[in-house]
Structure formats: C-alpha cells, structure tokens
Design a protein around this ligand. Structure first.
Ligand code: BMX
Ligand code: ZN
Length: 291
C-alpha cells in the first residue's frame, strides 16, 4: 500500500508518498500566512491532487489540536491566525481517499518510539520549533487524547511572570522556549527582523545576549523534561524540531538537567529523523488506524 503522508506545520507543509516506511516522493510548500481557511484549502488542493492519484490512503500530521478531524489552533499565531479548520473533511474531498489525522508532535513521537533500538514502555518526544509540541507513548501506546489535546506540554507553565503566550495563558513553555520566542527575545538586540535563526547565528559567534536567550530556552525545556519524567515515569525523552536539533542545544538542555536530582533525569536523545519524523510517524500510525 502507498500512503500519502502530509505534515502541516507552522512554517511549512510537506507531503510525501510513503511505501514500506520509505519516502518515495517528497514536496514542500510554505504554510499560507492567512487566517482565511480558503487559503489553506487552495494550498492543500494544489499540493495533494497530483499525489493522491498514486496513493491508497492519506495520513495527516498537523500542528494544532486535532479533535475528531477538526483542527483547532491552541496558539493561532503559529498558523497565521487560523484557528478552526475541518482538516479531515477537506482532505477527504480533495483526495477521495480514506484519511486519518493526528497532531504533528504525536505523529513524530510515534515514529521516534518505533525507531528506538531498545525496549521502552514510556517515552516523550518534544519538538522545539515554531512552537513547542510533544507526544507521549504510555505503556507502548501513543496517547492522542480523547479530544486530541494530549501532548500539548508546550503550554504547561514555565514562568508565571513570563510573556503572554499566543494561547492566551501567561508564561507557557512555548512563549519562552520556542524558535519564535527566541526570535522575539532577540529583537531588542538584533533588530525587528530577528528570528530564531538570527539569534542562533549570534550565539555561534559568541554573543552574550544570544547565549542568554538560548540558555533560557534550554533551561525551560530541561524543566519541562523533569516535570514530564516525574509525572509520566518516563524511560526516555527524544528531542527534535529545528531548535531542538540545532548545534549544541541538546548539550545545553543536558547541562541544566544534570543540576537536578537523579529521579528527574531520564535518558535524553536527539530525534533520529529530523524533518521527516511527522510524515513517517503518521504513515506508520495510519497502517494500524486507517478504516
Ligand atoms: C503549538 C501547537 C501544537 C503543536 C506545536 C508544535 C498550534 C497551531 N500548535 O504548541 O499543536 O504541536 O505548536 O508545532 O496551536 P510546530 O508547528 O512548531 O511543529
Ligand atoms: Zn500557551
């Protein structure tokens, strides 16, 4: 069977034909920055129509809360303000194929879990990217949540005096640690065009302000890992996303974790499949869950 896998993120939408867990064809576009649902429908139609002809079913991983196929943004800022979209219905109409949809970080968690080379019962995957997402495997089962919310650990409290998050709560992990937040924190030092990558370039050049901003992100993620470990009894945490996989970031997270008592410190490893974990994970998920 050939799966048309789709990964809808805050900055890019990727689509691929996947056969036996191998990507055969892969295409990518920028996520429309419009809060009009029609912009996303048009983009998906152009992207998916040609690929659907070669597929047996469709597996979609998307940023946002996926509640029975409907996408609701927890942080609408990550989707250009779009906060409600009937993803399952729209993609069914475009492709005329069976469709499954789950959250992007949940999908990536499933791929990373299956890719582990040791027997593990409980793991968390954390992506630090446009936002901060997570997916939990508990007793060998991916927790997608009754309402699709499970895993949204990027919106746990990191600092009650922190910035207001796009979700409306003050001081979420995401509002401090995400690539977007790193970029915003860098603007007073590096100009209004500054994004996460700009800060990272300054960090690599030894800039003190950039180091402080990335360290704040890394220590926030270390505390999140500790909180998840003590609440979910984790064997291992896998860290991914463009920031999570950036040079030296994981080492910084580990430095902060090592200051904590042992019981809070799981094994922490880098994601094995960088940018494709969502695509491959949701394709694997569909094998078991397509109706
Ligand atoms: C946000 C939230 C999560 C998502 C996470 C990572 C929205 C639109 N998204 O916390 O559902 O998993 O970002 O998303 O509310 P990414 O776009 O950074 O991969
Ligand atoms: Zn939030």
């Amino acid at each position: 069977k050939t799966c048309l896998a789709v990964d809808i993120g805050g900055t890019k939408i990727a689509a691929a034909l996947v056969k036996d867990s191998v990507i055969v064809t892969r295409v990518q576009i920028s996520t429309p920055t419009s809060k009009e649902a029609s912009a996303l429908t048009v983009a998906l139609t152009d992207l998916l129509t040609p690929l659907a002809l070669k597929a047996d079913h469709v597996a979609v991983a998307s940023t946002g809360i996926i509640n029975h196929g409907v996408l609701t943004a927890l942080n609408p800022d990550n989707l250009g303000g779009l906060n409600h979209f009937p993803l399952h219905q729209v993609i069914s109409e475009i492709t005329q194929l069976p469709v499954v949809v789950i959250n992007d970080a949940q999908a990536a968690a499933w791929f990373e879990y299956k890719a582990l080379d040791q027997a593990v019962s409980d793991m968390a995957f954390i992506t630090v990217s446009t936002g901060v997402g997570a997916g939990f495997v508990q007793k060998e089962i991916l927790n997608t949540g009754t309402r699709g919310i499970a895993g949204h650990a990027g919106h746990m409290l990191a600092d009650p005096n922190g910035p207001v998050c796009g979700c409306g709560r003050k001081g979420c992990v995401e509002s401090i640690a995400s690539g977007t937040a790193i970029g915003v924190a860098g603007q007073p030092f590096f100009g209004t065009d500054c994004d996460g990558e700009t800060v990272y370039q300054h960090l690599l050049a030894g800039d003190k302000n950039a180091i402080a901003i990335v360290d704040r992100s890394a220590s926030t993620i270390a505390n999140l890992i500790a909180d998840l470990t003590i609440s979910l009894d984790l064997d291992i945490v896998v860290l991914g996303g463009s920031v999570g996989l950036a040079s030296g970031y994981l080492a910084r997270v580990k430095t902060y974790l090592e200051r904590l008592p042992n019981i809070y410190v799981p094994d922490v490893i880098a994601a094995s499949s960088g940018a494709d974990a969502g695509l491959l994970g949701v394709a694997l998920w569909a094998e078991q869950n397509i109706k």
